[in-house]
Design a protein around this ligand. Structure first.
Ligand code: DX5
Ligand code: ZN
Length: 227
């Protein structure tokens, strides 16, 4: 199963409503919303008010990626704004706060995600929580900006984490996030990613719906060839 999640910070930030409508026209599975606080990452994008404003323009699931230093403080705001998946960074959590965040998200019937920066190894202490975690965002760029180049070493980690999940018989899916485009999507799929976040590869094109369809086609081709 491959899910395509257009990352709207790569779109025209003066017209995010159109970015969402175009993603729907391309039959995107998720809309990836990158929230940045200027503290955890050196960029500031938008918050839960923007997510709430965009919610009425599509029924596509909102995949909210919190690149913020204090996710526990704001997770309820992002759930109430209409997020369906809320992903927090392991770098700003400990076992206690992460457990609290995951429980908050699941108690509201939403899905929890954990993100790891390229230089963060998967921590053993997270394993016992994975049965309550929907996705693992194995970032393929350093967080902060769209349009960066995929870091190939992150695919080695992706493969290792994917194998661990399979060995443990868990259902957690891997999300690849950052620098994914038609020339590298095959190796991203072979590394075990099932959710493909793509910003620049989609929103830099003139025909956005076609770009989403093309990316899905290439991903499904790679999945078939990898089988
Ligand atoms: C980076 C974000 C990514 C990024 C994806 O901090 O988490 O979601 O916007 O955009 P591309 O595909 O252009 O790297
Ligand atoms: Zn992201």
């Amino acid at each position: 199963m491959i899910l395509i999640a257009p990352s709207i910070i790569a779109a025209d930030l003066a017209d995010l409503k159109n970015a969402v409508i175009m993603a729907e026209k391309g039959n995107a599975d998720l809309i990836h919303l990158d929230v940045m606080d200027g503290n955890f990452v050196p960029n500031i994008t938008f918050g839960f008010s923007t997510i709430k404003a965009l919610r009425k323009y599509t029924n596509i699931l909102f995949d909210t990626h919190l690149m913020i230093s204090n996710p526990l403080k704001y997770v309820d705001n992002f759930i109430n704004a209409g997020s369906d998946i809320i992903t927090v960074h392991i770098e700003v959590c400990n076992a206690e706060t992460l457990r609290e965040i995951i429980d908050k998200i699941n108690d509201k019937g939403k899905k929890a995600g954990i993100a790891l920066n390229p230089n963060t190894d998967f921590p053993e202490w997270v394993i016992e929580m994975l049965d309550a975690v929907y996705l693992l965002n194995i970032m393929s760029v350093y967080p902060g900006f769209s349009g960066q180049k995929l870091i190939p070493e992150t695919l080695i980690k992706m493969k290792r984490v994917h194998e661990m999940i399979k060995e443990l018989g868990l259902k957690t899916v891997i999300e690849a996030d950052g620098g994914v485009e038609e020339n590298n999507i095959a190796e991203v799929i072979r590394a075990g990613a099932e959710i493909i976040v793509a910003g620049n590869a989609i929103y830099s094109k003139n025909d956005i719906p076609k770009a989403i369809r093309d990316l899905r086609f290439n991903a499904q081709l790679a999945l078939k060839e990898a089988a």
